[in-house]
Design a protein around this ligand. Structure first.
Ligand SMILES: [Zn+2]
Length: 459
């Protein structure tokens, strides 16, 4: 289907029929499943995002959006306080932004939809049922790495726009549809959009955070690596050496005491007061040693630390480094060992948008009117690209996305197709309200029905 319209066919000032918008979104179910399934078959792991980005760029172009595709200028990003040290080269890897500029008068507020195209590693493929990138559909579920986190979100905002255009409407203010790389380890893709100058009155990231929830608060996250050099000896006299792997595990054990301290009720940031376990330190990867008969000479431990949004990366680093230094001194064999701390990947502060911010109430109202359920604000114990918009972009940002998914970052990740369709409908109504709409004349006669806000969920 070609959604392009002749700009000369514009009339203005006609209210959207929101029930028709919801119906138009649901009418795109087949196309939505097809696009999501295809997108999942592109294995857009870190450093391999490009074929998926090509599909997104082509899709944007086919909907009449202007496409801005650009590579990340890392030297420029390094000047920005929110830069996180990258772990792979940016050569040949691009962000894609689909730009909508109204053909008629500007009436409402501008908007950014942002989603990340990169997916996390699959883990041991033997644990998966079939290929991790199959994109297969079983009943209401679409399976594959990235299906839920968060290709479904990218497809939902894409189809929301298509739904408006399919009934002869267009947003009456600029909308930027961002598909960015590298959210899962640095966020430098979204940061590059910010540095390129993209701003709006609000940003929505359709991450799969919580059912009937809008995420307004998120933790800070730091990635650090501890590199240890030990004292290698023959395994037959292992007691005379000091194993680098053992020492790395010892240091991580000491770090876990800090995690416990920050999880104590009295130490908590208010948004996490009732959370089960908000602060998580994860030893995600450990590499080291030579073979079974030598006490290991070296080891590297890659660790992820979460921390509350009222603290800063610099403070956390100081506290962690002081703890590690004290743990080192306290170890009886420390004279035979050295260690150093490296920071690669996330160096991300947390953030918190007020519950009464216009973007929060606008999303909540649209969700209620379309779904018939109250949306609650939630706090996330991880990080998302919201931080860049909120902390550095003067663009209030929240996460609201498909909720019926499971196993993100785990095995047999899936997303509920009903949930994707529901999100598409809500985002379409929200976009029409937030941006206003212009009516394309060719459709004006058949769609000139007054707005019908209440009871949309009965449609
Ligand atoms: Zn995500």
């Amino acid at each position: 289907m070609n959604d392009m319209h002749d700009p000369s066919d514009i009339t203005t000032g006609v209210l959207a029929d929101e029930a028709a918008i919801v119906a138009a979104a649901h009418a795109l179910r087949e196309q939505t499943v097809a696009l999501l399934s295809e997108l999942v078959t592109h294995p857009s792991l870190l450093g391999h995002e490009q074929s998926a980005q090509r599909l997104v760029a082509d899709t944007f172009e086919s909907m009449g959006l202007q496409v801005d595709e650009f590579q990340i200028d890392e030297e420029k990003l390094k000047q920005h306080p929110a830069y996180s040290p990258s772990i792979v080269s940016y050569d040949g890897r691009t962000n894609v932004v689909g730009i909508h500029r109204p053909s008629g008068p500007f009436k409402g507020q501008s908007l950014i939809f942002n989603g990340h195209i990169d997916v996390v590693p699959t883990g041991a493929e033997v644990l998966w049922t079939g290929s991790p990138f199959s994109g297969r559909v079983e009943g209401d579920r679409l399976y594959g790495r990235g299906a839920s986190d968060m290709k479904a979100g990218i497809v939902a905002y894409t189809m929301a726009y298509r739904a408006l255009k399919s009934i002869g409407l267009e947003p009456a203010s600029p909308v930027y549809f961002q598909s960015v790389i590298e959210e899962e380890c640095t966020g430098n893709g979204a940061l590059a959009c910010l540095v390129a100058g993209y701003r709006a009155d609000a940003a929505v990231i359709p991450e799969p955070i919580a059912e009937n929830g809008v995420m307004t608060c998120q933790m800070g996250v730091i990635w650090l690596a501890i590199e240890v050099l030990g004292k290698p000896v023959h395994a037959s006299v292992a007691q005379t050496g000091v194993g680098a792997i053992d020492f790395a595990l010892y240091l991580f054990g000491e770090l876990k005491k800090l995690e416990e301290k920050w999880n104590a009720p009295s130490a908590r940031y208010r948004s996490f007061a009732h959370h089960q376990h908000p602060v998580n330190f994860n030893l995600g990867k450990i590499t080291g040693g030579e073979w079974a008969s030598s006490v290991p000479s070296s080891c590297r431990a890659d660790i992820r630390l979460g921390f509350y949004p009222d603290r800063k990366v610099t403070q956390v680093k100081q506290e962690v480094e002081a703890l590690l230094a004290a743990a080192y001194e306290a170890h009886p064999a420390h004279a035979a060992l050295t260690y150093r701390v490296l920071y690669e990947g996330f160096q991300a502060d947390g953030c918190h948008v007020p519950d009464d911010a216009p973007i929060v109430t606008a999303i909540a109202d649209s969700h209620f009117d379309v779904v018939g359920k109250k949306l609650t604000t939630t706090a996330f114990t991880g990080t998302t690209d919201c931080k860049f918009f909120n902390l550095y972009g003067e663009t209030p940002a929240i996460c609201y996305g498909p909720s019926g998914g499971a196993n993100i970052h785990g095995i047999d990740e899936w997303v509920s197709i009903d949930s994707v369709m529901q999100t598409t409908a809500v985002l379409a109504v929200f976009m029409a309200r937030w941006c206003g709409v212009n009516r394309l004349q060719a459709q004006a006669a058949q769609d000139a029905v007054p707005a019908a806000r209440p009871a949309l969920h009965s449609v």
